[in-house]
Each structure stands twice: as structure tokens, then as C-alpha cells.
Design a protein around this ligand. Structure first.
Ligand code: NAP
Length: 373
């Protein structure tokens, strides 16, 4: 472990580049791994497109990436869950506000992970299958279990039905695939949305009903289905989903809260050439208008909502609950499926920019792009 290389974002809006990185030394509760695979999340290219609009606190240069699976090569003081040679998968938290440190970015050969934000990979899972998990399950867990959001009962390996229902809008996304399984493992019935080609997929994950989110009658159909049920809240995944979830919650009985995972606008249409200023200003305007609109509409219907930060489980006990207490047993027993399926998108750090571009252009449905290192 005498050398390290990383995919750096040198400055706000710059082009990512592969160059040497420091070899980390693990401190208290930390692990260094040799990365085998990384997975691509929308934020990895959104950050490149809109930089400080969403993460104004970030310091540059930074190492991109959140999802990594690999073999432990060094452990710091106080680490008892892992030893050198173990196969693990974890959330690399280098871009979390409380960390802001490139040694903890995922897209490098030797990233530093936190002991409580990693979990063993059972022999039944490949590196690629494991790598799809971290940010998706983290974001889903923040939506479902943080006290500021839905505050559901915790997931267990032997759940009992509690008679309550959760709406998960966007069940075929990576975040949604994990949210469905976590809510079911916590004893809730799940109603979700997806394109018709993914209806069988989300049912296999545990959803009891699924609706096409592109149908013009989707809100009315879901409200009709939920009549007589007690809601425990909703998770809104996908641009434009929050106002629809607010409308449904407002017409149903139970907890009227929407945990919002996606910003109100998508960022996949950034101009390839020329000045970004007018495009960014338009996005900012629509983000503010969308956020205020959801709040006002919610207030009229008695529905509360909040935007979720998918790495905030790092410091509040939910991260430990998922990565330390729930996942080891649930993955090993096969109760929790590492989902969605990995889609191979090349090998080496140099392949990651193309994978980011492929994701930005909308190249995945119920799948996650994975790059081997
Ligand atoms: N707040 C956070 O910290 C955080 C963290 C991670 C992700 N996110 C956000 O969560 C969202 C999902 O991320 P991901 O990584 O899970 O995405 P992903 O797996 O790449 O999502 C792909 C899926 O999106 C679905 N989709 C597209 N437009 C949709 C819409 N309007 N409503 C519902 N589903 C839609 C498609 O479903 P079909 O093929 O079935 O049509 C497709 O399967 C993104 O907006 C992302 O920015 C937020």
C-alpha cells in the first residue's frame, strides 16, 4: 500500500482527473481498504454540473464517490468488527459536511472508511453486487428511520406486520429498491410506483401494490387503493414526486409526512458548451419555487415534509443500526437482496467519467452502474 491514485474533482465545475492521492493511515474506528468496485450515484455527476449550488460547504480538490466494496488492508485502534483480508462494503463519507476530506472519497484505490458505516460481504455476494448498496440504503434509511423524517420502527431479520402502510414513490430507483426492503423488514406494507417493465421487480422486493408513475390517474388510483389503510408516511424519490406524495398524504388517514429524497428539478440537461450561468440561475429559481410550493401545498393539507441528506446517518445512530446491526445478518441470510442489479460500466478509475456521463444521459432502469478498480 505504498501508492494510491484517485479520481479528483480539482475545482468547482472542473473535469475530473486521475492523479496520485495520499495513502491514508486509519485512525480510531477507521479502516483502509483496497477497492475492488465502486458504484455510480446521480450526485457524482450532479456535483460536477452544479457544484456549490447543492453542496456549498465542499472544499476542493475533492475525491468523488460514495459507494465502494473492497478488501481490508489496515485497521485503526478500536476496530473489532473487521480484520485485514475481510471483504467489506461501505459508505465513503468524504463529501459529508462533517467530514469534507478527500481521503474518505470512494473513487480511489485505497479509501478510508468508518468502522460503523461498513458491513461484511457474505460469500453469496460478488464485489459488484455488494457495491450497489451504500448510498442507496443510507438514503432510504434516513428517509424511513431518522427521527426528523418518518421515524419508523427499526428493521429486523424476523419482522412482524404492524398493520401500517408506507408509500414509496420511485420504487425501481436504487434508493427505492432499498427503501421497499427496509420498510418491509420493519413490518410495514409498501405501496410503490415504477414503470410497468419494473412492476414484477418491485413486487419481488416486497411491495404489495405498484402503480405506473407516468399514468395520468396515478394520484387518484393510489388514494383509492389506500382507502381504509393507516399510513405511516411517504418517501418521495424522483424529480417532481414530492407534490404528488403531498397530495396523496393529504387525502389519506395516518401520519402526514413526506421524506423528500430528490430535488424538485433534474440536472441532466446541463449545456455541454458555453456559459452555465443562465442554466444554473433557472435551476435555482425552479428549485426554490418547487420547494416553497411543496411547503405551501403541504400546509394547506396538513402535510409536513423535509429534504433528506443521505449521509446524515453517519452521526445519529441510524448508520450503526443499518451497517452494524441489520445488514450483516440480513445479507448473509438472503432476507435483504443487494439491489438493484449491477451493470458493468468499465474497469479502472479512468472509466468512471464515462460511467458518470452514461448515468447522466439516463442509461439505467432498475440497475446500478458499477466500475471495477
Ligand atoms: N437526498 C439524498 O441524499 C440522495 C441520495 C441519493 C440519491 N438521491 C436522489 O434520489 C433519486 C434516485 O437516485 P438513485 O440513485 O436511486 O437513482 P437511479 O437508481 O439511477 O434511478 C433510476 C430510476 O429512476 C426512475 N425514475 C426516473 N424518473 C422518475 C420519476 N420522476 N419518479 C420516479 N421514478 C423515476 C426510473 O424508474 P423506471 O425505469 O421504473 O421508470 C429508473 O429506474 C435521485 O433523484 C437522486 O438524486 C438523493
Amino acid at each position: 500500500m505504498s501508492m494510491n491514485q484517485a479520481l479528483w474533482l480539482p475545482a468547482k465545475g472542473a473535469t475530473p482527473e486521475v492523479r496520485p492521492a495520499p495513502v491514508p493511515t486509519p485512525g480510531q474506528g477507521q479502516i483502509v481498504i483496497r477497492a475492488a468496485c465502486v458504484a455510480i450515484n446521480p450526485i457524482d455527476w450532479i456535483l460536477q454540473q452544479v457544484g456549490s449550488l447543492i453542496f456549498p460547504f465542499l472544499r476542493y480538490p475533492l475525491v468523488l464517490g460514495w459507494d465502494v466494496a473492497g478488501e481490508v488492508v489496515a485497521v485503526g485502534a478500536g476496530v473489532s468488527r473487521f480484520k485485514v483480508g475481510d471483504r467489506i462494503v461501505g459508505l465513503a463519507v468524504g463529501q459529508d459536511k462533517s467530514v469534507n476530506d478527500p481521503v474518505e472519497g470512494a473513487f480511489q484505490h485505497h479509501p478510508l472508511l468508518r468502522d460503523h458505516m461498513a458491513t461484511p460481504i457474505p460469500p453469496s455476494l460478488t464485489w459488484e453486487q455488494a457495491a450497489v448498496l451504500p448510498l442507496a440504503i443510507s438514503t432510504a434509511a434516513c428517509c424511513l428511520f431518522q427521527s426528523a423524517h418518518l421515524a419508523l420502527d427499526p428493521p429486523t431479520v424476523s419482522p412482524h406486520s404492524n398493520g401500517k402502510t408506507v408509500l414509496i414513490w420511485g420504487g425501481s430507483t436504487s434508493v427505492g429498491s432499498n427503501a421497499i426492503q427496509l420498510a418491509v423488514a420493519a413490518g410495514y406494507e409498501v405501496v410503490t410506483t415504477a414503470s410497468p417493465r419494473n412492476h414484477a421487480y418491485v413486487r419481488q422486493l416486497g411491495a404489495s401494490a405498484v402503480f405506473d408513475y407516468k399514468s395520468r390517474t396515478v394520484v387518484r388510483d393510489i388514494v383509492q387503493f389506500l382507502k381504509g389503510k393507516t399510513l405511516a408516511g411517504a418517501v418521495a424519490i424522483g424529480a417532481g414526486s414530492a407534490p404528488l406524495c403531498v397530495a396523496i398524504m393529504g387525502a389519506c388517514t395516518g401520519r402526514k409526512y413526506v421524506a423528500i429524497a430528490s430535488p424538485p428539478v433534474s440536472f441532466d440537461d446541463a449545456p455541454e458548451h458555453g456559459r452555465r450561468g443562465p442554466w444554473l440561475a433557472g435551476k435555482l429559481f425552479r428549485m426554490v419555487r418547487g420547494t416553497v410550493g411543496v411547503m405551501l401545498r403541504g400546509r394547506l393539507k396538513g402535510v409536513h415534509s423535509g429534504f433528506v441528506n443521505g449521509s446524515s446517518l453517519l452521526n445519529d445512530g441510524v448508520g450503526r443500526m443499518i451497517f452494524t446491526e441489520f445488514l450483516p445478518g440480513a445479507l448473509a441470510s438472503g432476507q435483504f437482496r443487494s439491489s438493484p442489479e449491477p451493470i458493468m460500466a468499465g474497469a479502472g478509475l479512468e472509466a468512471i467519467p464515462n460511467a458518470l456521463e452514461r448515468h447522466r444521459k439516463g442509461g439505467v432502469s432498475a440497475g446500478k452502474l458499477v466500475v471495477t478498480l
